[in-house]
Design a protein around this ligand. Sequence first.
Ligand code: PLP
Length: 395
Amino acid sequence: MKNEYSSYLSQTAKEIQPSGIRKFFDLAASMEGVISLGVGEPDFITPWNIREATILSLEQGYTSYTANPGLLELRQEICKYLYNRFSVQYNPGNQVIVTVGASQAIDLAFRAIINPGEEVLIVEPAFVAYAPLVALAGGKPVPVSTSPENGFKVTPEQIEAAITEKTKALLICSPNNPTGSMLTKDELIELAKVMEKHDLIVVSDEIYAELGYDETFTSFAAIDGMYERTILINGFSKGFAMTGWRLGYIAAPVEFVEAMLKIFQYTTMCAPHMLQIGAVEALRNTYHEVEEMRKSYQRRRNYMVQTLNEIGLDCHTPGGAFYVFPSIRSTGLSSEQFAEELLMAEKVAVVPGNVFGESGEGYVRCSYATSMQQLQEALKRMQRFVESRKMVLQG
Ligand code: PLP
């Protein structure tokens, strides 16, 4: 062996940057008494009926592989759910794959459609995994920036301006991580016209579909003419409070699914059997719990938006997910400085906006998937921090 390990690593592995969110968590985890608004996961434990069904499945010995795309029973439930909730119709036999989290579903989608050098438009600020996954699939991520003036929503004109002859697809995430913005049906219709005109594929990450507060969620696949060109990504992590289960799914036209299934069967074989049985129960009997969680997030969102604005951190009202994305420009600090100094001075962990792309600079992401009591304490500390910055700025 040579001394330098890097000579053994692939160029791609060397070029991929570790997630900026993780870096911050590790720092916060090493300190005592930190309130974390950093985590992008529900503070609820998975509803009991789902856990119970899974325990029972283990007792009954369901420990084998399932069919590659997942249990037929689960795919049937997924199709019923997508139809009943969002009016999109898929065939459980050949249009659905149950994946290891939505994360894997996104990876499969890119790997199935991207040829070397092809471009994927990513609406920014964006979930940290998109750009690296496009790059790992051999493509080029092309950011399209949004701003609070537009409610962090991308416009058809912006998309049109970013399209080149190499553009293959648009990645859309609504409700959005990290900004929480949620596109209306009319806004999706306008974007659809551009997709049609330039013959682009849409990878629609709908993982926060259950967490919309002011408008009814519309799936991109439900927009006229978009079904044929949409790879729909969803999962159980957020709406059903099942992050640790690592269960997501893809629904798409047959040809896309066949291509993704070839990759999936060699890399993963299938999602864990007993957890898929839990997921069947989640889709059959958890409507009430999901709705209660949604209402609870909505109360917290309202509290966060109002209080952040009151303490001098301008914050637009996000329509969904469980994040707020306030501007920290009034403090004179960069996003990283703000997050670091807030953590050191007041032991509150937030995520610097620049980890979600350049257009996130000047903002921080605060997750409100934590108890109201914790949120109140966190915002008290943030207020103290902002006041202290005002004193510094006034000299
Ligand atoms: N997509 C978005 C927008 C996310 O925020 C996340 C997780 O934070 C994921 C996908 C990944 O979800 P999963 O836990 O199902 O892999």
